[in-house]
Design a protein around this ligand. Sequence first.
Ligand code: 5GP
Length: 541
Amino acid sequence: LEELQQALKWARRCLADAQSQQDVELIVQLLADEDFRNAYGLYAAVSQQRTRVGPTSPLTVQAEDLCQEVQKILQSSQQETGLELRALLTDPHVQALLQAHDGVAVQEVAEENRTQYLGETVKLVRLEKARDNPLGATVRNDVDSVVVSRVVKGGAAESSGLLSEGDEILEINGVSIRGKHINEVHDLLQRMHGTLTFLLIPSTQIKPPPHRQTVMHIRAYFDYDPSDDPFLPCRELGLSFQRGDILHVISQDDPSWWQAYRDGDEDNQPLAGLIPGKSFQQQRETMKRSIMDRSRERQGGKLWYAKKTKKPKKKNPPNFGKNADDDDVLTYEEMALYHQPVSRKRPVALIGPTNGGHDELRRRLLSLEPEKFAVAVPHTTRNSRIHERNGREYHFTSRANFETDVASGKFIEFGDYEKNLYGTGADSVRHVVNSGRVCLLCLHTRSLQVLRSSNLKPFVIFIAPPAQERLRTLLASEGKTPKPDELKTVIEKAREMEQNFGHFFDATIANVDPDQAFHELRRLIDKLDTEPQWVPTSWLC
Ligand code: 5GP
């Protein structure tokens, strides 16, 4: 660490731009952080222990005596012989010689084991492995043995039924495995294909009776790239996924590494993949954030994510139970299939920045098919106008009543305009749902959490604006003449919405061509009638 720190300080002097210098400074500070140093010390100690080649066995009685004698001499290091022996044993050439000796001895012991165990507890198994296909098993080091730590569903190892968790691998195709680091074993297995012959010491663990596999369906709320995860027990077995993907978890036997398939992949990809377990992912993300936070705060910089404040939420109704929205670190949410009843259509919430096109799409649906689509009648505290009827344009109400309803969480959203309050009540949406029509909502992203907790089971569609020039043309066709800055704001707002709330979107439509966007919207809404959709299980309880 000291060397790295020195090198970084030197490198910083050679860097010309301020951003790179700042980045290097951040790393230098991290390296100086006491917690980080402790964690690194632990890591170094553990990895040293794991890669250490254990003492060769068998130990003879003579060797034990000799060993004790050497230790005694070394302890009395004031004596000349002690010092001389210490100098001899720490000489790099002597150490290399001893290491070579140990390597040879390990080989010989493996040979001995073969005869010693054969006919007794050793078993020979043969598996077929296709080229470039993982075997579907992970291994761990137990001192100098290599032991099967997990058999993944759908792989060659599992379908053969011949490899089990806890089996010690002595040889693969005649190559001795004992004393090898797990990375070497993984590399070796990756290169091998065709018939693989394993010499194993079978596990003595009593296997639990096969229990019924329960599958849990989850939606991922973060992107995962196994090639970028140093903790993954076996790179080839990692399952990559993106935020919003539905995953089917078939095993949680190891709480840190679940086995899963990506929705739609089950038929073409027989081998399940490893994904980080929920609490493991939460723990490491929290740890990552606190390390980054402290470095940033010390630098007086801004946080790289929105930190939750303890301020009471003013506008949102009280909590409706635990779900993905409550978690500080978003990981997964349990999902189930839901098919909307013919008479109770799910409300469709169109989300997007002002002038991004979602309002236009809603207007078009309402005017073309008023018998199928409707809006919820809003509440307002302003006085009614001559042509307006209570319950048709608005529900007219007093400010006191409006505020009581806000406090008891009856509104999905509300706001003020020219000293009057306006808002959409959950009951008004429910009224449209009960009439058999699809309630169309245009909402701000901040209302999404409330809507999701309201038992209205909304289907959320994000309408993404096109690139700047195309957006200008579209708005011009509506008679609008936005300035370049205004166009940029629309696009920037959309990007922010996607980044902060994208995990709540059921679908996204790119509004490049309004006609195509309209047909896509219509297709998605029709699909709610014809196909079940994934919704949070908490909505169905
Ligand atoms: P008016 O009073 O002319 O009918 O509406 C004035 C403004 O009130 C509208 O342009 C809109 O900004 C706002 N408004 C109308 N209905 C709602 C609603 O349901 N929620 C919110 N937040 N604002 C509304």
